[in-house]
Design a protein around this ligand. Structure first.
Ligand SMILES: Cc1cc2nc3c(=O)[nH]c(=O)nc-3n(C[C@H](O)[C@H](O)[C@H](O)COP(=O)(O)OP(=O)(O)OC[C@H]3O[C@@H](n4cnc5c(N)ncnc54)[C@H](O)[C@@H]3O)c2cc1C
Length: 491
């Protein structure tokens, strides 16, 4: 029986481990941290638990598949609760837009706030998004893209959907209000992209949300991670926590093992869920010149995330609120390109108790708020500036949405780009891997299989099709296909 080691337990690593074990491979999953989940793990702090990362769960069938492969059911492990509304968008001038979960209500909301013409145009935009979704998600997200030729045959369709336009440009073509444009072009930020430079292919996310809805895992996203851990244990996947890979061992071109903090593990193949840029540099020690065309890769922005609990229950705060700063394009340019310290961040506020009352803990409301910030290719010293930035965030929340916040906080801590770089081993602390621009998509993204070594594969945010929970779960589907092509089924 072929033995495969999976390095890393993000959603990418957990899903490929489930897929490979269902096909009879002897699978070992190693994780540097003492807990599983990577960006999707749970933080425990002073008697509170907080979702560390993903909170917007979409395309749940992709999670369910990991269970049905083993003739099990996700519903027996975790309950997914529908979120209503999906998002509240709050603008600088105090106006807001509630978006999802019913199309008719959303269209009515757009009509009452932005007029009849914009509500009609929104439906046209959604139709365009559906067209992109049918091509890019349904047809292409599971295709391995092993050669440039595999890309060429799709070019006419991609030209037809105007992949050359950015998400923002496309939204702007349909809608006629600056605030509405900001709101409806925000999806690239969920996968590490700047709406002004992300190819409009990623507008597919807009329709994807309507297709399957937006959910929250009862008890927190960590419940999905726990469910996958239970499943893998049941299916005899060996899970080794607090085990860091230091080197992937090659014999000639062939992968033969992994050197870890706990000793050497011999194997026939390795799947890296660790960030590919980090993996090539640190685990394979391949000199940069050999990582052809990878030198100019654009890595995503990073995130500053403040986790906190309040004695006041903020009942009027919705589950997902996106608070836009007055500056938009310039702000994103400061974050993505100039990489300077910002003092007027846009924010995403997560209040899980709006959907799941069990997230009121110790009689207190729990939250996280995140701000996109430059990755660590900036010169920002977060050790020195973290507290200052956290105070900036609290004052924005206090002014715009959570009165008397400072005097109500009973617990708080934050993570900076250093957490992503040092704890999760992502290059330059990028929050989402490489950016979703066209020149880093499909064939141009990190390959799910490494062609210079035999038995080396990748899953996760920087591989095809990309970041975000549905994207990352799909990377494992692509990688599974490639492994089965090379090794066949093991059953
Ligand atoms: C704050 C935040 C909020 C987000 N919100 C959403 C959302 O609401 N919805 C959504 O769909 N997406 C969201 N995302 C994106 C989504 O969380 C990620 O795209 C996805 O979880 C990434 O999974 P992954 O498998 O690529 O890698 P990761 O989760 O990064 O996992 C990689 C794992 O590899 C481990 N590792 C690294 N190096 C080694 C080594 N040498 N040895 C052993 N282990 C190693 C790391 O410790 C880590 O556990 C969010 C991301 C963040 C950061």
């Amino acid at each position: 029986m072929k033995k495969i080691v999976v390095i890393g337990s993000g959603f990418g690593g957990l899903s490929i481990a489930s897929r490979l074990s269902s096909k009879g491979f002897n699978t070992t999953l190693i994780e540097k941290q003492s807990d599983l989940g990577g960006r999707a793990r749970t933080f425990y702090n002073n008697g509170y638990k907080y979702d560390a990362g993903p909170t917007v769960i979409t395309a749940p069938y992709l999670i369910n598949e990991l269970f049905t492969l083993h003739s099990e059911n996700l519903q027996d492990y975790v309950n997914l609760l529908p979120v209503k509304p999906w998002y509240r968008f709050l603008f600088e001038n105090g106006e807001y837009l509630d978006y999802g979960d019913k199309l008719s209500t959303t269209v009515r909301e757009i009509k009452s706030k932005y007029g009849y013409q914009n509500s009609k145009s929104y439906l046209k935009l959604l139709k365009h998004s559906k067209k992109i979704f049918n091509k890019a998600f349904i047809e292409l997200s599971e295709e391995p893209f092993e050669s440039i030729l595999s890309m060429v045959k799709h070019l006419p369709d991609l030209i037809n959907i105007r992949f050359d336009r950015s998400v923002y440009q496309t939204v702007d073509k349909y809608l006629g209000d600056k605030n509405l444009n900001k709101a409806l072009s925000m999806h690239p930020l969920l996968v590490g992209g700047n709406p002004y430079s992300t190819t409009s292919i990623y507008l597919l996310i807009q329709y994807l949300e309507w297709k399957w809805g937006v959910y929250y895992a009862q008890g927190g996203t960590g419940k999905i991670v726990d469910a996958l851990e239970k499943l893998l244990n049941k299916k005899d996947v060996e899970i080794k926590k607090s085990t860091e890979a230091h080197k992937i061992i090659l014999k000639g071109k062939k992968v033969v093992g992994v050197e870890t903090s706990e000793g050497i593990i011999n194997c026939d193949a390795v799947v890296c869920n660790s960030d590919p840029t980090y993996t090539y540099q640190k685990l394979l020690n391949i000199k940069p010149k050999k990582i052809t065309n990878r030198l100019n890769l654009k890595h995503s922005m990073s995130l500053f995330v403040l986790y906190f609990a309040t004695k006041k229950i903020y009942t009027s705060v919705k589950h997902h609120t996106i608070i836009f700063s007055k500056r938009h394009q310039e702000l994103l340019n400061d974050i993505f390109n100039k990489k300077v310290f910002i003092t007027d961040p846009s924010l995403y506020l997560h209040r899980p108790s709006a959907t799941d009352k069990s997230m009121i803990q110790n009689n207190n409301d729990t939250f996280y708020v995140l701000a996109p910030v430059p990755n660590n290719l900036s010169n920002i010293n977060w050790e020195n500036r973290g507290k200052e930035f956290s105070s900036i965030i609290i004052s924005i929340l206090e002014e715009k949405i959570m009165p008397e916040l400072s005097s109500n906080i009973v617990n708080k801590f934050f993570v900076t780009p250093n957490y992503f770089e040092n704890d999760l081993n992502t290059y330059a602390g990028s929050g989402f891997g490489i950016q979703p621009v066209f020149t880093q998509s499909a064939y141009f993204r990190y390959g799910n299989k490494c062609h210079s070594s035999d038995g080396l594969y990748f899953v996760g945010a920087s591989t095809h099709p990309g970041a975000g929970v549905p994207g990352v779960l799909s990377t494992a589907k692509v990688t599974e296909k490639l492994i089965l092509k090379d090794y066949g089924h093991n059953k």
